[in-house]
Each structure stands twice: as C-alpha cells, then as structure tokens.
Design a protein around this ligand. Sequence first.
Ligand SMILES: Cc1ncc(COP(=O)(O)O)c(C=O)c1O
Length: 366
Amino acid sequence: MFSERVKSIDISGIRKMFEGAGPNAINLGLGQPDFDTPEHIKKAAIEAINSGFTGYTANLGIPELRLALCGKFEQENNFTVAPDEVIVTSGASEALHLALAALIDRGDDVLIPDPGFVSYSALTKMAGGSVVGVPLGDKLTLEPEKVNECITPRTKVLIINSPSNPTGTVQTKKDIKGLAQIAEDTGITIISDEVYEHFIYEGEHVSPAQFTDNVITINAVSKTYAMTGWRIGYAAARKEYIEQMLKVHQYIQACACSIAQKAALAAIEGPQDCVRDMCASFKRRRDILLEGLRAMGIKCVKPQGAFYAFPQVVDENAPQKLIKNGVIVVPGASFGENGKGHIRLAYSTSEENLRKALGVMERVLI
Ligand SMILES: Cc1ncc(COP(=O)(O)O)c(C=O)c1O
C-alpha cells in the first residue's frame, strides 16, 4: 500500500534513542543548543504578532530578510547573491529537501559524507536518488581524492557539511577549494550545509560558493541563535536553482512562518554577542569532554566545530548500556556504514551534566 520511496527510509535513529530513557537521563543525544532564544529576537516575534503580521508572506520570504541575508553572505561568506537568489525555508531541513527535489531524477547518485547527517540519505531516497557514501579520511573530513573516486556518470550532487554533524570536524580551505574544483570540472552541484558555521573553535569556515557557483548554500538560524523550534532556514544559489526550488516550496510550504521570519531578521541584523557567548561556552564544554575521554583512553578525533564529538567505542552495545545508566547517546551507525564503532555525543548540555556523563562512561565502558 505504501510507496517504495517512503518504505525505503527508516525512522531516525536519533529519535529512537530517546525512547526507553528515564526522565532524569542526561541527554547527549539531541543536537540543539541548550540556550534560550535571545530576548531581542523573541521581542521581534511578539511585535510581529501584535502588529498583525500573521498572513502569508512572499513565497521566497520577506524581502527585508532576503536582503539582510545577501549582506550576511557578502560579509561572512565572501560571495554575493541577489535577493531573488535567496529563499527562506522552514529550517535547513526544508532547504535540503527543496535542493534534492529540484535536482534529482530516479537513478541519479548523490554523494554524501559517510558518516554524515541522517537527513541526507533519507531525503535523497525520498527524491528517488541513490545514496553513495563517501568514506571520510583519517581526520574525519571529506577528501577531494576520495570524492573523485566515487564519481560516475550518474553523479549529480555532492553534499558537504562543515563543521560536521556527527563528527564536529571542519574542512580545510584547501579541501573546500578542491571540492569546488570538482564541481567546476564535472558540473556536479554541491549542496553545502553550513548550519554550524558560527561554532568553530579551531580552523575557519569556508563556503565553497566563494570558488564556484555550482553550489546551493544552505544555512539556518536554528543552531546559530538557539532557534531550532522557530523553523527558519535559507538557501542561496544561482537564480536558475532558486526558481526550481521555489516551485517545490510553493506547493509544499507556501511560505515560511511570517512571525518567525521577523524573528530571524532581528537575529541576522541584531547584535551578535549572543552567538559569540554560546560559541565560547561550547568550546569550554568540548574541552571538558575531550579531556575526560582522553583520560579514559577513548580515542576521539578532535572536534573543531559544531557541538558534537564522535569517539571510537569498540563495544557494540555501548549506546544501550549508557542509556540504561542514564546517558543518552546516538550509535555511530545511525550516520552511515562508516559510523560503526563510534558514538555521537552532543555536548550542548551543562558542564555539570558533562562531568556526570563522563563518570557514567568510565563506569560502564572502561
Ligand atoms: C547538519 C545539519 N543540517 C541541517 C539540520 C537541520 O536544521 P533545521 O533545524 O534548521 O532544519 C541539522 C539539525 O540537526 C543538522 O545537524
């Protein structure tokens, strides 16, 4: 009765982990900041409601937000786009869906990092494409040479995600350049998911759109401003991409939430010290977690960004054991074949919780 496309995808492994955990469990499973949305952003939403800004907006998104995003791309990401080359979506999730729906025909290959964010394979399959996992290198980053080895005449899209969920690693400028060159040489489109760009502790964020326009740049206010529930993301690309994505967006979404768009505008245009504070806090937590793991002899590539660590854990039952003992983690295999033998830890929780969780890990895993 149900479509093969939908039957071929699984319920997210991340959600599954929350079932069966006690109410007092320490949650290192959930990928969202534990901070509240800053006051000035909330205020903009309240003003939008009070002033009756509650109807549909332009399908692409409110013009002032798209204009502000053009400025953001120019200042922070070193590339220029016009307001009609930006679309506002319901989270980065919808932007990823629009990009894949616009590009993929049945039988097209999509190269995704393995391990990589869970939505990439599910959205590829829903769009009728075939998932080709590109194994990450020793530094848990996507290497241009490995990407080249995976390219066939059927390859249509390459997804990049730096800083990465689940590994927390950051691509070097050299590798981003190399990946952009592949897109230039082959005509493959890069989908660059940059939702963690503001949380980098070492290294730098580099957008491939600096080097090629065969790229759809995807981002969101979700993580940057602790706004995961507001559901505002955005994509920037050449007009021909946005025109096709807009058609899908019109019919599945009409427009992103009017109130949340005003809040996103306040976020982008407002003071950025809230972002710097969150970043400093995540860095401290990363250091606590990394030090704790190293002290136990658990191997972990140093995460340079986002708020995830992806340590190696030999015991296959480690996630279940930890959950039983009150620490929720996500099995690495949820992120692809090559995620096996790892667990993903989201350190977007208090320092106290992290120390407690490390204590449990020592008791249960060592
Ligand atoms: C790499 C990555 N991309 C996209 C998303 C989805 O973001 P949004 O909440 O804006 O849909 C997430 C959320 O966890 C993510 O980790």
